[in-house]
Design a protein around this ligand. Structure first.
Ligand code: NAD
Ligand code: UGA
Length: 457
């Protein structure tokens, strides 16, 4: 085993980009990323990476074949590595006790057991996945139950990158958080991991805490970010009733330096694979600790998000004369946010299902997420067209529902789009990224989110 040898189990949205950054910044380390999904690994070894992320291809190509390797041979990877990151998925449990809230740790546990089985020397195991507080304790127990007398140190090193900006976030993180057990072995392991990040992250941005604080901080970071979105979305509903404008309110509130301006954009609701699951994980933890008021407080963030998606779909139906049955609705954007092809928990899924439930015909366009959209709606009843061109989607449509904040949506020829559509033409801007006044002047009936509508009716 080479001391400067790293393995990451899980070649997903986190494992792939994170290891590509470590390999690029630490050329003296050999970095291997292993996954049981052969198709994914083949993708990482090809010109078409399995995930879309600006700048990622260039980053991977810098080190791939030099000190960055992608493989399905997890066992060999474990035997050869000194430091093993585990970045497998930790979805919400769908069965048994805690179903619908607790994190499903089966992939993590399998990885820990395999590490204990394959290891021939002491190793450092790093929690890269987002895990419940005190997961490190259980993992440590599984690892230490090996019969070879080996010692494992478990560190928590949660990831804070956001999709769409993963490369920039990894290159210049707000902070790197590393939690360790308060033991001499824990401390030594921590130093080894700090040394890796210190290749490019300033020391003052590398925070070291106890392992439970690190696990907790990851859950709370996501919960607080999501809470800001639910807070502003709740006010968007009130703005529509009162004549206040949500963009003006966000701006005015966010200019208070104590509040800050980020994460105050109202929209169709937050999506992505983590916010909901991590909040529910926190809720479950609170319930297990008999903190029911605390659990209810955080659960409301998720409930408000469900309300916002429903509210958006209901607003479409209500304003289109209370029926969208048989009407074609062009859906602009299916990804959960711009600059990614990821549609996990995308608000577009639920909103599309609600519109299909009203018997609308959907014509979906997204620059990167069409394949995922097809998979997400595979079981949905109704007529859906997947369009490779936005103008094709808008042709003969009664309405446009804009669901993702892709920049390109603001640059289209809306005069042409208007001429292609049925009249009256409706436009529901779920992200407030279009020029509403201009669209109104073209002839659209415009429904921005959290603002007064501009209609000719
Ligand atoms: P993902 O589903 O994209 O990737 C997980 C990978 O792990 C999959 O490719 C899967 O095949 C692999 N895997 C599962 N079990 C395995 C096993 N036993 N052996 C080898 N490989 C195995 O998930 P992701 O989005 O990368 O998220 C991973 C973790 O990171 C989650 O806990 C998530 O909460 C957290 N996280 C995600 C993000 C994000 O932006 N997606 C950001 C921060 C933290
Ligand atoms: C989020 C966090 O930002 C990351 O720090 C974290 O590492 C990650 O979750 C995770 O643990 O998975 P991500 O989900 O990739 O990252 O993307 P965000 O930029 O946070 O957006 C999440 C959702 O909130 C998107 O649907 C986005 O459109 C929405 N959003 C965001 C708003 O509706 N309004 C805003 O002001 C900001």
């Amino acid at each position: 085993m080479d001391k400067k040898s790293i393995l990451c189990i899980g070649a997903g949205y986190v494992g792939g980009p994170t290891m590509a950054m470590i390999a690029a910044q630490c050329p003296e380390y050999k970095v291997t990323v292993a996954d049981i999904n052969a198709e994914r690994i083949a993708g990482w070894n090809s010109d078409t990476l399995p995930i879309y992320e600006p700048g990622l291809k260039e980053l991977v190509e810098k080190s791939r074949g030099r000190n960055l390797f992608f493989t399905t041979d997890v066992e060999k990877g474990i035997r050869e590595a000194r430091i093993i990151f585990v970045s497998v998925n930790t979805p919400t449990k769908t069965f048994g006790s805690g179903a619908g809230k607790a994190a499903d740790l089966q992939f993590w546990e399998k990885s820990a057991r395999l590490i204990a089985e394959q290891a021939g020397e002491d190793k450092i195991v790093v929690e890269k996945s987002t895990l419940p507080v005190r997961a490190a304790e259980a993992i440590h127990r599984i690892l230490q139950s090996n019969t070879k007398g080996l010692n494992f140190a478990v560190l928590s090193n949660p990831e804070f990158l956001a999709e769409g900006t993963a490369v920039a976030d990894l290159e210049n993180p707000d902070r790197v958080l590393i939690g360790s057990m308060v033991t001499p072995e824990g401390h030594n392991a921590l130093e080894e991991l700090v040394e890796i990040y210190a290749h490019w992250v300033p020391r003052e941005k590398i925070l070291t805490t106890n392992v439970w604080s690190s696990e907790m901080s990851k859950l709370v970071s996501n919960a607080m970010l999501a809470q800001r979105i639910s807070s502003i979305n709740s006010i968007s509903a009130l703005c529509e009733k009162t004549g206040a404008d949500i963009s003006e309110v966000s701006h005015a509130v966010g200019m208070d330096s104590r509040v800050g301006s980020k994460f105050l954009r109202a929209g169709v609701g937050f999506g992505g694979s983590c916010f909901k699951k991590d909040i529910l994980n926190l809720v479950y933890l609170c319930e297990c600790c008999n903190l029911h008021e605390v659990a209810a407080y955080w659960e409301q963030v998720v409930l408000m998000n469900e309300y916002q998606k429903r509210r958006f779909a209901e607003r479409i139906v209500k304003n289109m004369f209370n029926t969208i049955s048989g009407k074609r609705i062009a859906v602009f954007g299916f990804a959960f946010k711009a600059d990614t092809g990821d549609t996990r928990e995308s608000p577009a899924i639920h909103i599309s299902e609600l519109l299909l439930g009203e018997c609308a015909t959907l014509a979906i366009y997204d620059p990167k997420a069409l394949a995922n959209a097809k998979a997400d709606l595979a079981g949905a009843k109704g007529t859906i067209e997947y369009c490779s061109d936005p103008y094709e989607a808008a042709k003969d449509a009664h309405a446009i529902a804009l669901l993702t904040d892709w920049k390109e949506f603001a640059g289209y020829d809306y005069r042409k789009i208007f001429s292609l559509m049925e009249k009256p033409a409706f436009l529901f801007d779920g992200r407030n990224i279009l020029n509403h006044k201009e669209l109104f002047e073209i002839g659209f009936n415009v429904y921005p989110l959290g603002k007064q509508e501009l209609t000719h009716l």
